[in-house]
Design a protein. Structure first.
Lengths: 223, 223
DNA sequence: TGTTATAATGACCGACCAGTCAGTCATAAA
DNA sequence: TTTATGACTGACTGGTCGGTCATTATAACA
């Protein structure tokens, strides 16, 4: 017993890997783990140890990459939404795309990229925890909502000028186009267990409500 | 100053009252305080001591009326919504009321009784904390959502038969009528600080989108 | 192989808080 | 006036969890 390290030497099977990683990769792993935890239980109920365990590392390691729990959360929610944006406003720049089709694509994109993925939990998270994190809310309003509304406003104006809208005043209320998407998020994350919502049908019905019925020749509105 | 109330009268400023109350009244006071706290900070961030302080009593007293924090919360959110329901389905039983007017009243009621009161925070609370309290979510789906949708379905069917709907298929998707209300809740509790939303205009525009334009004589749909 | 730099660990600390309970006192009954 | 009641109080407990840091393992390099 001359060597003092003996105390630590005879570790059991449960030994941890203590693997070193590329910092970027480690960071991404932590974010992925945090995403799963926060989406599952919310901000308050998620423990840093849960996140660490899920990432397969020790709690202290998390703090090598993020200063505190709040920053972990805010960086997570700020980082996820951005990729979607790009696709959205490519819809508006191509003027050849009929407005109705563009809005329809908007819904399709939303279904495929948000509703039908784990991202939907994240969106609900922002709604849920928003008031406790004004910075996050402000970010989302500025980066997502404002940009989305701008795109929709342009599309709706174009549609109104072509006589495609059943109610031309819609161009002044782009929020209305967003509302079924919001409903779909809430419903699928809250009530789906009790009553199924057919989101495809929801969006289709809504589109038929916003736009005048399709026509063989979209040019001549009045015969 | 001859009566015994003197003992209670000239207490020093910092002194607590230790006032006895009718249990029902005390209970109501606690619920009111809890409402304010939960609405302001959410479930997790609210301390039982905050609730007690707001009600002007000691923490222990809260536990004389509610077994634990969770029950305080669930009894609170379950108890508040019920009163509104009555008014809603009185709208559907009077067949003389034109459907459009009934839906319009639905929105007006929603604005006056929810959006423009503190109740709006409660509704957001349910959206936010829902997943952590399945019992509450289930209750709301059963008591509020289902009943609301049933009423709307009847109204929309009636409207479709009269030819009032721009898209008759709406009768099969009453959720669509609810969606702007949901948007209004989220917006006013989350984004209002950054960008004002004119909810009156929102609902008016939406009504004009759902229903065919008003006519001098609502009877004859076809001239 | 020995040395150094640093990523990783997890025991530990202290703040926080839900829930408890022994004691207090306003009130009402005797 | 005395006694009994129970609503009310708030210090306390037990447990939880965010965040720290001395120690240890690993990689890179000499």
């Amino acid at each position: 017993m001359t060597d003092q390290s003996v105390i630590n030497r005879d570790r059991t099977v449960a030994e941890r890997k203590r693997e070193k990683r590329d910092p970027q990769q480690r960071r991404a792993e932590i974010l992925a783990a945090a995403f799963a935890c926060f989406a599952e239980r919310g901000f308050a109920a998620t423990r840093m140890e849960d996140v660490a365990a899920r990432a397969g590392i020790a709690k202290g390691t998390v703090y090598l990459h993020f200063p505190d729990k709040e920053r972990l959360f805010t960086e997570l929610v700020s980082g996820i939404a951005s990729p979607i944006l790009g696709e959205i406003d490519s819809l508006v720049h191509n003027e050849a795309i009929p407005p109705r089709f563009a809005v329809s694509m908007f819904y399709t994109l939303f279904r495929r990229e948000v509703l039908e993925t784990e991202r939907r939990h994240l969106l609900r998270l922002i709604l849920a925890e928003g008031p406790l994190f004004p910075a996050v809310t402000e970010f989302y309003h500025r980066e997502i909502i404002t940009k989305g509304l701008t795109v929709l406003r342009i599309l709706l104006k174009r549609a109104a000028e072509r006589g495609d809208l059943r109610n031309p005043l819609l161009a002044d209320m782009p929020q209305i186009v967003m509302s079924p998407a919001l409903l779909a998020i809430i419903w699928t994350t809250l009530f789906e267990a009790y009553e199924h919502l057919d989101t495809q049908k929801l969006f289709d019905t809504f589109l038929d409500t916003l736009f005048v019925p399709a026509r063989a020749a979209p040019e001549g509105a009045t015969p």
